[in-house]
Design a binder for this molecule. Structure first.
Ligand SMILES: Cc1cc2nc3c(=O)[nH]c(=O)nc-3n(C[C@H](O)[C@H](O)[C@H](O)COP(=O)(O)O)c2cc1C
Ligand code: SF4
Length: 482
């Protein structure tokens, strides 16, 4: 069974570099992180639409904790307050918000509609007020807050936590069986036209709620992402590149017509691999053999990437006047080691088949290549949390080298919300708050509980779910070993 040293044991820059060199892993890296307002990560991003105050971005993260009618709860509000006090100046969507009920990934996902509009406006306001309280009365002048709009598609579970109600773009040879999808699950063209209208309506409401941009989500195996690999789908919404991106183009055109001042953004999985499953000793293995043709940005082997189409996609974004792009990869459902590299797998996962630093380096390298080819795009990178203490060192170097414009933070802000503020102020990192990628924030919702950082956040540590979670994790570890 492969094993990898915990990043926390790589105590010095030399240890870290030696480990990278030993594994043939290439990562941009600065030995020292610049402190204070002159630091690379503290630099504002200036653009025609206004300034974004620094180079940290909070990635969208849902908590499975909204009300069943799609409104935020106190837990949701606490998370958004943490985003506001983080010090990051770009808030990429807060969390996935469904454009309608049947597209919710769980019965507690937020939904954008007339009834929830006021609650989602108040959620944004809370984040902004928290930001002002921590960073000054005018601190929101260079804070950009958007909302991520989603339709969960294949991974919809709108009514019961354990009941998949998939709606798909096409029949998939491996994933259909995992979610129980058949012919009836495949969207008709007319249904897709209506879904486009629902995205447009939700975007219009998001603008009324005060959000500066909406992210038309195209990642992680959800519907927008799946459309990009609808090679086999006949008709206007599939087949060639123009067909597979018609969904995005129609949504973008529709939003422009009704909300011309609303900025558009896209979070996209820039490559995808095979779905994985536990193999011998629980280590992840691909669930099929090459060739694999259902991966957007894949090289056909199911285990490598080819940026030809993702680059074409970036060109399309430029043509659509979409400047904000957030890169990510794969899906947390079927290849989580690529999407959110972790030392410990979630309970529906498998042991890492590669050093998680390889997964981090892969996303950073592919993002840098797209940024190099499309310098005018404003690019946010993802999957930095596994770097732990070395996150600021790598992030700074990536921005300095022009490999991305913003460093996106996911899990790290669940355990350590004020990391950006500490880095920018030149304060030493608080080690006890550093995310160690235990995956409890993924395992909890996979087992019907709200998400949160149960191991490190004192607020979640004392919740009753923690005990249940420990039992589930112990059983999962035994199952993987056995
Ligand atoms: C609990 C949890 C919830 C997430 N929810 C979303 C989401 O709503 N939308 C989205 O695009 N990504 C979501 N993600 C993915 C993160 O935005 C991010 O891509 C991923 O965690 C990798 O970044 P990291 O290494 O900083 O954690 C979620 C991740 C976690 C751990
Ligand atoms: S539960 Fe906490 S430590 Fe574990 S991955 Fe999530 S944020 Fe990180």
């Amino acid at each position: 069974m492969p094993s990898f040293p915990a990043v926390s044991t790589l105590k010095t820059a030399d240890d870290f570099r030696r480990h990278l060199a030993g594994g043939g892993i290439e990562l941009p890296f600065d030995e020292e992180v610049d402190a204070g307002p002159g630091g690379v990560l503290a630099q504002p991003w200036k653009r025609a639409r206004g300034t974004i105050g620094n180079r940290f971005c909070i990635l969208p993260m849902e908590g499975w904790d909204g009300t069943t009618d799609g409104r935020p709860s106190d837990l949701t509000r606490r998370r958004w307050q943490n985003f506001g006090l983080s010090g990051a100046k770009l808030i990429w969507g807060g969390e996935a918000v469904a454009v309608r009920h049947d597209g919710r990934a769980n019965p507690n996902q937020l939904v954008m509609n007339d009834a929830t509009l006021g609650d989602l406006a108040a959620l944004r306001e809370l984040l902004v007020t928290t930001h002002r309280e921590h960073f000054g009365a005018n601190a929101d002048a260079d804070l950009l807050v958007g909302l991520q709009l989603t339709y969960s598609g294949r991974f919809s579970r709108p009514n019961e936590k354990k009941k998949p109600e998939p709606r798909t773009a096409y029949r998939h040879p491996i994933l259909d069986a995992r979610v129980g999808a058949g012919d009836q699950a495949v969207f008709t063209d007319a249904e897709l036209d209506r879904l486009v209208d629902d995205f447009v309506a939700a975007a219009r409401l998001a603008e009324r709620a005060g959000y500066t941009f909406v992210d038309i989500k195209h990642c992680h195996g959800y519907f927008g992402h799946e459309m990009l690999s609808a090679f086999d789908r006949p008709g206007p919404y599939g087949g060639d590149f123009a067909g597979r991106t018609r969904f995005l183009r129609n949504i973008a055109d529709g939003i422009r017509a009704v909300a011309p001042n609303l900025e558009l953004a896209v979070r996209v999985s820039i490559y995808d691999f095979f779905p994985f499953m536990p193999g011998s000793e629980g280590v992840g293995v691909p669930a099929g053999a090459a060739p694999y043709r259902y991966a957007f940005g894949g090289d056909g082997t199911g285990l490598g990437y080819d940026l030809t189409e993702p680059s074409q996609f970036c060109t399309l974004l430029e043509q659509l006047g979409i400047e904000l792009v957030c890169t990510t990869a794969g899906s947390p459902y079927y290849n989580p080691h690529m999407q959110r590299p972790a030392a410990f797998p979630p309970s529906d996962g498998y042991l890492p088949p590669e050093d998680p630093l390889i997964g981090v380096a892969r996303q950073i390298a592919a993002t840098a290549e797209l940024k190099r080819r499309h310098p005018k795009l404003c690019v946010v990178g993802s999957a930095y949390s596994y770097l732990q203490e070395w996150l600021p060192h790598v992030g700074q170097r990536v921005v300095k080298d022009g490999g991305a414009d913003f460093i996106g933070l996911g899990r790290m802000v669940l355990s350590y919300p004020d990391l950006p503020a500490d880095v920018i102020a030149g304060r030493k990192l608080q080690r006890k708050k550093v995310c160690r990628t235990f995956s409890d924030c993924t395992t909890a919702p996979r087992n019907g509980m709200v998400s949160g950082c149960y191991p490190l956040d004192a607020f979640y540590k004392q919740r009753p779910e923690r005990t249940t979670l420990q039992e589930i994790k112990a059983a999962h570890a035994r199952a993987l070993e056995g």
